[in-house]
Design a protein around this ligand. Structure first.
Ligand code: 5GP
Ligand code: MN
Ligand code: MN
Length: 315
């Protein structure tokens, strides 16, 4: 891919009339906030904008301004567009059906993953940015595009979710300066954080069932939780569960294994020092040094054995 500057990225967005913006699957605050903040600006410019998200969206994101713009692409349909912008996804398989449905003249990827696969013709990549929300702030400032409270809420949500509310190692002075800039537009950090923390009863009841699966390996340096296929419920949000093994004394790598199908296992990893992104990439996934994921096409016990073996060499 050709790597663009912020100016070139901005110019490419302004040159297009018909634009499709898309998030990654298992959408998080960064992909949704970054996409919807940009969508709001482009709509105000009179662009024809479609926002695709090929997955269910966690209810806790329903406060994000413009969330109602998100559509799921319909299998077998086709949508022609000038420009497809893939936001916060490091590989083409992370956008689900969007890759089949959209026929774009130009493909642009805006991302911050160190594992970016350079699948798009044009790429804006900043692996130092804590979130694509930060890239969006940089872009808006470079282009002198206006912020409003809604756009600021979108980008603040994006930044604060990806850096664990400014607690993770990816938080830089610039992350905080970008967030501070957004607060000037009337964003209330407590309101956003409260909205994001809301969870359903089902989630807490599921947590009670999943916590007994807590297991340690490699002298307690690895801790993991498992959601077996019997327990798995696609409608119950379990993204936050990996934080339970993560903060146990002495644990370097925390993992959640989720049997989404009898022979398909989703893996989420968090680490203090091990490069889990490299391990995820080895299994066809990706992510960041300290937060990464992959899908292993094997039953959960087998997936667990394979992954623990790979990680055992690193801890
Ligand atoms: P999570 O564990 O929260 O699902 O993901 C952690 C990080 O790894 C996120 O930045 C996410 O984008 C990335 N990630 C998770 N799963 C995959 C995957 O299957 N493929 C790729 N390329 N990245 C992933
Ligand atoms: Mn993301
Ligand atoms: Mn991100």
């Amino acid at each position: 891919s050709k790597e663009l500057s912020l100016q070139e990225t901005g110019a490419m967005l302004l040159a297009a009339e018909k634009i499709v913006l898309c998030t990654h699957v298992s959408p998080d605050g960064d992909t949704l906030g970054s996409t919807l903040g940009l969508a709001r600006f482009l709509l105000a410019q009179g662009k024809q904008v479609t926002v695709f998200c090929d997955d269910v969206i966690n209810k806790s994101f329903s406060f994000i301004p413009g969330i109602e713009l998100c559509e799921r692409p319909v299998e077998g349909s086709k949508l022609q567009t000038d420009l497809l912008v893939v936001i916060d996804a490091s590989s083409f398989d992370r956008i689900g059906l969007v890759s089949e449905v959209v026929e774009a003249k130009i493909l642009l990827n805006i991302d911050h993953h160190i594992s970016n696969e350079r699948f798009a013709e044009y790429l804006y990549l900043d692996a130092k940015a804590a979130a694509v929300g930060e890239v969006m702030c940089d872009l808006f400032m470079a282009m002198q595009w206006p912020f409003d409270k809604e756009i600021a809420t979108c980008f603040y949500t994006a930044i604060s979710t990806d850096c664990g509310s400014f607690r993770y190692a990816n938080t830089t002075p610039k992350t905080m300066r970008n967030a501070a800039k957004l607060l000037e537009y009337g964003v209330q950090p407590n309101e956003i954080s409260d909205a994001l923390d809301v969870r359903s009863r089902d989630t807490v009841e599921m947590l009670a069932k999943v916590l007994p699966s807590l297991t340690f390996a490699y002298e307690g340096k690895i801790a993991y939780l498992t959601i077996t296929n019997d327990l798995y419920d696609k409608d119950v949000q379990t993204d936050s569960f990996v934080s339970y093994p993560r903060y146990i004394e002495g644990v370097d790598v925390a993992i959640m294994f989720k049997a989404v199908e009898p022979a398909v296992t989703r893996v989420s990893m968090r680490s203090k020092s091990v490069d889990v992104s490299a391990v995820a990439v080895a299994f066809g996934g990706g992510g960041h040094l300290r937060a990464a994921g992959c899908t292993i096409y094997a039953p959960v016990e087998e997936a667990r054995t394979q992954l623990l073996e790979a990680l055992g060499k690193l801890v």
